[in-house]
Design a protein around this ligand. Structure first.
Ligand SMILES: Nc1ncnc2c1ncn2[C@@H]1O[C@H](COP(=O)(O)OP(=O)(O)OP(=O)(O)O)[C@@H](O)[C@H]1O
Ligand SMILES: [Mg+2]
Length: 298
């Protein structure tokens, strides 16, 4: 099995991710390191927008491996995830005829690799170069699909009845993400390393904002992250994620805002709060606080 150069330490992994624009905390760096050294898949869970998908993309950038992505959805089946036979091409081959050997030969021919349409899981296994395989939002699929993944995740091989076994020639880094919309099976969890990603600490979130909106002055970046954290502390339907913090930072830059006062907040809060009931609550609780702290009555 062809091996890619794996990082020598957790610190090296963290640095490599940072150079690929991903600021990993200790646990994310550790799991990314172990995934490469132990050759085990990683299951990343956590709320929306905390960098689960981005971790896989960053691993691809930092290791120079191609990213192969399987976006999961309800009803996803093997034909879209693994492989399917190219029926049109098979039909054309049958119609074209042209062999002496008759049906047996045609049959051998149309069930060969040439007539196979490789889908993401198959592509990752068959790739001669080591890749990063992202199985995104696995919780959207059903338990049958998970069961199908088990052979792949434990042995890195796929069985095609007409062709036999296809085994990985290079070890992929496999990242599965889940938003926790349903509990995943124990069998799947057992085969994976586990990473829980949560909203970051204050300082780390500032660093992430700085990475994506470097022109925003430091004081304003701090204020912005403080306000986002204040909003997150409320009991909202959908608390703002890192993705929304970044969007808000870029919005403030475009607005030319110098501080987050009540007016600026009112104009731009729909960037971070996206539910009618949440908007009312945030306007009342956070908006009021801003008015007091930023523009004190003299
Ligand atoms: N540690 C980090 N370093 C740099 N950027 C980050 C980090 N975490 C998150 N981001 C940024 O936050 C945004 C959202 O990340 P991502 O799309 O990976 O979230 P997610 O957890 O997959 O969300 P969802 O569950 O909605 O799919 C991205 O633009 C990403 O660049
Ligand atoms: Mg995602």
């Amino acid at each position: 099995m062809a091996e890619a150069l794996a990082p020598a330490s957790v610190a090296e992994t963290k640095e490599a991710l940072a150079s690929a624009s991903y600021l990993a905390d200790e646990s994310a760096a550790l799991v990314s390191f172990l995934a490469q050294r132990l050759g085990k898949p990683v299951l990343v869970e956590g709320p929306a927008g905390v960098g689960k998908t981005e971790l896989a993309k960053a691993l691809s950038r930092s290791s120079g491996r191609e990213l192969i992505r399987l976006q999961c959805y309800e009803g996803l089946d093997e034909a879209k995830a693994l492989y399917e036979w190219n029926y049109r091409k098979q039909l054309l081959r049958i119609q074209a005829g042209g062999t002496q050997g008759g049906w047996d030969e045609v049959q051998d021919d149309i069930f060969s690799e040439e007539f196979l349409l490789e889908r993401p899981l198959m592509q990752a296994i068959a790739s001669p170069e080591p890749v990063v395989l992202l199985i995104d939002e696995i919780d959207k699929t059903d338990q049958e699909f998970e069961a199908m993944l088990l052979e792949l995740l434990s042995d890195f091989q796929i069985t095609i009845p007409e062709l036999g076994q296809v085994s990985a020639t290079s070890m992929p880094i496999v990242i599965l993400t889940s938003n926790n919309s349903r509990e995943l099976t124990e069998a799947l969890k057992r085969r994976c390393l586990y990473l829980w990603l949560d909203y970051p600490e204050m300082e780390r979130e500032m660093e992430i904002v700085h990475l994506h909106a470097p022109d925003l002055p430091e004081a304003l970046t701090r204020r912005l992250v403080e306000v986002v954290r204040m909003v997150r502390a409320l009991d909202l339907k959908k608390p703002p994620s890192i993705a929304e913090t970044i969007d808000w930072a870029r919005t403030l830059l475009l607005m030319g805002a110098e501080d987050i006062d009540r007016e600026t907040f009112k104009q731009s809060m729909s960037i971070i709060v996206k539910h009618r009931t949440d908007i009312d609550l945030v306007a009342e609780r956070v908006g009021m606080k801003l008015a007091e702290s930023v523009r004190p009555q003299s």
